[in-house]
Design a protein around this ligand. Structure first.
Ligand code: ADP
Ligand code: ZN
Length: 359
């Protein structure tokens, strides 16, 4: 079992990572069980497989109730938040109730938002079931619902009481969902920890096949530790947290122009990292040798082909992004493998030149 402490002062909590953790939830949560009502927010496809997890908590004496929301992004809507709040009132949930978010990014974002707002805030625990949630969205306290006008426009920063990660949940996910989410793990290697990058270099096939439990637990725990450290140093995203945008500025443009259909988030970020590395080398920051090592790893991910996109459309989306501060694009580049930094002199021409990398 890996324990990653998240140092957020009065909001400090632990992330635990271990195979089989889902069968020990009762022991982990027992200290908080005072006989109050508990809620498990989840989706049908997850509940179909993992109802025994809820049953075992009930058998251990928890007053626990599943609440099911739609199985796609449409669940991140104020309408479903209201439905969950109302169900919780009917169940007799009060301020001592605890919400468990059992699912991927969708359930985590909605569950955190509901917990942040129900009776002005109740404790919640993240139990991520996708790799993206395990290494990224469950850490950092961002909770949100979408509006018709855009994603994540309404929400709160609200920290969980714990994040309990059992990598065994990944066994029932489609491979493409798991592999694309490794993008966020390799991202931490590029911006902060060369040992993660080296693991991808030497153990790529084992990682992708989820072959080695110890290796995967370690990569997840290291990823969580890096995100937690960056987020605790910069809870409100002024400085260091920008590093997490590495691969995301151009990646988001690809994602947007594909209308979130053909490309998974992680796949768009993998393409975005290829462009960012080209720019880092082109600007004289990243050596040719490091650029080529990075490229060799990124090229091992099998990606769906990118649709033809006009450079000016990509630049338009980048310009609409929030990453301009005082009129300057804040673009994350590398000056070595394992070291990301903010650059304010990446130009439209640099971005256009980098598109040759992914054409
Ligand atoms: P992500 O965290 O990758 O963004 P989502 O929250 O959108 O993923 O979940 C993707 C889909 O996979 C949803 O339909 C969800 O119900 C389903 N799902 C999540 N975790 C699992 C799992 N461990 N096994 C099977 N299906 C899952
Ligand atoms: Zn991302």
């Amino acid at each position: 079992l890996h324990r990653v402490p998240v140092d957020l002062g009065e909001h400090a909590y632990d992330i635990e990572v271990g195979y089989g953790l889902r069968n020990q939830l009762a022991e982990h949560l027992a200290p908080w069980n005072k006989g109050q009502q508990w809620v498990v927010l989840t989706q049908q496809a997850i509940f179909d497989i993992y109802a025994p997890v809820v049953d075992s908590l009930r058998a251990a004496g928890f007053n626990i109730h599943p609440i099911i929301v739609p199985g796609d992004e449409s669940a991140k809507n104020i309408r479903y938040a209201e439905q969950v709040w109302s169900e919780m009132v009917e169940l007799g949930c009060d301020r001592s109730s605890i919400l468990l978010a059992l699912g991927g990014g969708v359930v985590g974002d909605l569950g955190g938002f509901v917990a942040a707002t129900y009776m002005r805030g109740i404790p919640f625990v993240q139990i991520p079931t996708t790799l993206l949630a395990m290494v990224d969205s469950a850490i950092g306290g961002k909770t949100a619902v979408n509006l018709a006008a855009g994603k994540n426009l309404v929400g709160a920063i609200y920290q969980p009481k714990a994040v309990l990660i059992d990598p065994d949940f990944l066994a029932t996910l489609p491979r493409r969902n798991v592999i694309s989410s490794l993008a966020e793990a390799v991202k931490y290697g590029f911006i902060r920890d060369v040992s993660i990058f080296e693991t991808f270099e030497t153990r790529f096939d084992d990682l992708v096949a989820l072959n080695d439990e110890a290796l995967l637990s370690e990569i997840i725990a290291k990823s969580c530790a890096i995100k937690a450290a960056i987020v605790s140093a910069d809870q409100f995203e002024n400085g260091e947290r920008r590093l997490l945008n590495y691969g995301h500025t151009i990646g988001h443009a690809f994602e947007t122009l594909e209308a979130y259909q053909g490309l998974y988030h992680g796949e768009a970020v993998l393409y975005g990292m290829k462009c960012a590395n080209f720019i880092s080398h082109h600007k004289g920051l990243l050596s040719k040798a490091d650029y080529l090592r990075a490229k060799a790893v990124l090229d091992r991910f099998e990606l769906p082909p990118l649709s033809k996109m006009a450079a000016e459309d990509i630049l338009k989306v980048v310009a609409h992004d929030k990453k301009y501060i005082n009129g300057k694009l804040n673009f994350i580049v590398l000056d070595a493998l394992g070291n990301g930094l903010v650059s304010t002199d990446v130009t439209a021409d640099d971005i256009t030149a980098s598109l040759g990398e992914v054409a």
